[in-house]
Design a binder for this molecule. Sequence first.
Ligand code: C2E
Ligand code: CA
Ligand code: CA
Ligand code: CA
Length: 279
Amino acid sequence: AKAAGRNTYHFFQPAFAEQARQRLELELALRDAIERQELSLHYQTKVCARDQAAQGFEALLRWNRPRIGFVPPDSFVPVAEDCGLIGQIGAWVLSEACRQIARWEAAGHGWQKVAINVSARQLIHDDLVGMIREECRRHRISPSLLEVEVTESCIMSNPEQTTPILAALQAMGVRIAIDDFGTGHSSLAYLRRLPVDIIKIDKSFVREAMSDKPTAAIVKTIIGLSKTLEKQVVAEGVETAEQVDMLARQGCDSLQGYFFSRPLPAADIEHQWHAGPSA
Ligand code: C2E
Ligand code: CA
Ligand code: CA
Ligand code: CA
């Protein structure tokens, strides 16, 4: 057993050290990313399930690393959360989204709502209410054009702390969405009292609902529950016409996914508007 342990040690240590080195490198590069203007937002359209008209956008963070290219947020947002950079990055995301809303409003597309993703750290440790009030004032936009997406697991990790913050944002006119719904553990009793306007069905359910009966039943239940609680329900990760049909038939309010559009740079969104509705 001892020999095996030693072998394991020799076998794994270089890989582990390499992983730690890469992670440190990522962290150091991320520290400069804002200043070097390597971060950007891409926007993914949300459409009405009934007529497929655009209702607004979700802003998704992109990091274009020099000599490496685009790094997916799933690989750097968790690092930013661990090393305390998420506050700075989140503040940039908020400011950039508000700037974009103001630009679109000035260009005559003022009805466009933009949703930003907020992580647990930001919600609990930053003065999100004050920051949003200040950014909306600075860019002269109504907070009602802003949505905040928070994951179900973030809200439920500490509901006594998160609930009053969400309620304060709601009172200001910001709409609140529970992201990745179905993957966390909120009790139905809690959900009834949560200050949220929108429930986003996680894309894993949307993907499996077409081939798996129990998953289809879960999707149906979430939609029914949202109606009962008078919340808007959105499905994410919609990729096929079959999914569109199924979700619309079951009364889902809004849809989002590659079937309609990939997340795009703001310039590409504007280009589509100028090209007309057929583009
Ligand atoms: P999320 O908030 O659940 O975002 C949805 C993810 O699904 C996005 O991945 C989006 O590009 C992708 N997606 C959209 N439509 C489809 C589809 O039809 N099929 C499939 N398979 N995927 C689709 P992305 O952009 O890589 O972002 C991943 C995660 O990173 C987000 O998950 C969110 O948790 C986090 N994230 C992104 N931007 C931010 C941000 O500004 N702040 C924070 N804190 N987290 C962010
Ligand atoms: Ca989201
Ligand atoms: Ca999601
Ligand atoms: Ca997610």
